[in-house]
Design a binder for this molecule. Structure first.
Ligand code: NAD
Length: 285
């Protein structure tokens, strides 16, 4: 399915860890649509993960970088311009991690050092990326930058924990920086708010399979998977969306506009018993 939407464009894809990663699918689709790209992930992920395999397959150089480290990001942008032979047309930020979620700390008992890490990795890294790119003047006029979000930024979802705060900040940075970068350089910045998707980061979310099932039952056209997300990213990187900026764009089968679907209600009515722990104490679900 090649529409040559990204022919002649240069891009950077952050966050492809393995075949399940959304960034992995985006990188594949971008090259399929004619782009040349570089890939970036943490040094540890590059060593332990499968990023090198993807690099080989797509003929893309890999630039290891911690996205919370500005010097690393400066290196990724300047090297990418050098390697790809010109300014960058599109960037994908597909990065997220919460130590509080990993350590199973509940939202009313979070560790604040861990919260700082969650925010730095999952949201402030996007600001760092944008600031680094802008200072280096690494993005071409009309370039398109996307970060991936989740609806828990705007509505409460059980178990999403401090990642909800990180996503709210990510979406706010998108608007604030989108104004400045758009005004000065014509660069557009958007977030795509994706359905729950089974990936390494996704499977860290409490009750992920139930959440996916619920979202699927609530969405009139069902959950969007990683391939659907990749397609949306390609359109957003292309010239077809040159006036879209500072938006949080839902790729969720309609979930975000639903109140209650018949399928979800039927399922729900089979399980109205209060949730209790092993001591009979009610868990507020
Ligand atoms: N999976 C879902 O259900 C879902 C839904 C909506 C949004 N998202 C978002 O999509 C994005 C990609 O996640 P995914 O689901 O593909 O999972 P993933 O685990 O494949 O990707 C997360 C990536 O973040 C990278 N990362 C972590 N810390 C980093 C750091 N300090 N510097 C650079 N990279 C770092 C990891 O190495 C990994 O490649 C995340 O922002 C996630 O929150 C995921």
């Amino acid at each position: 399915m090649n529409h040559k939407l990204l022919e002649g464009k240069r891009g950077i894809v952050f966050g492809a860890l393995n075949e399940m990663s959304i960034a992995w699918k985006v990188a594949e689709r971008a090259v399929e649509e004619g782009a040349i790209i570089t890939l970036s992930n943490t040094p540890v992920a590059v060593r332990m993960g499968e990023t090198a395999e993807l690099g080989k397959k797509l003929n893309a150089e890999i630039l290891p970088a911690d996205a919370t480290n500005v010097e690393d990001l400066d290196m990724v942008f300047s090297k990418s311009v050098e390697i790809l032979g010109g300014k960058i047309d599109f960037v994908l930020h597909s990065i997220g991690m919460s130590p509080n979620v990993r350590k199973k700390r509940t939202y009313d008992d979070i560790d604040y050092d861990m919260l700082n890490k969650t925010l730095d990795i999952s949201a402030i890294s996007f600001h760092k990326m944008l600031q680094s790119a802008k200072k280096l003047d690494a993005i071409a006029e009309g370039g398109s930058i996307i970060a991936l979000s989740y609806i828990a930024s705007q509505r409460t979802f059980y178990g999403y924990n401090d990642m909800a705060d990180a996503k709210a900040l990510l979406e706010s940075i998108t608007r604030s920086f989108g104004y400045i970068y758009g005004r000065e350089k014509g660069v557009r910045i958007n977030t795509i708010s994706q359905s729950p998707t089974l990936t390494t980061a996704g499977s860290g979310v409490k009750g992920m399979e139930d959440l996916m099932d619920f979202a699927n039952r609530m969405s009139p056209i069902g959950n969007a998977n990683a391939d659907d997300c990749a397609d949306y990213c390609i359109v957003m990187f292309s010239d077809l969306t040159r006036k879209v900026t500072m938006q949080n764009l839902y790729n969720d089968g309609g979930f975000s506009s639903m109140g209650m679907s018949l399928r979800a209600m039927k399922q729900y009515s089979n399980a109205v018993e209060e949730n209790k722990d092993e001591n009979g104490k009610i868990i507020y679900g």
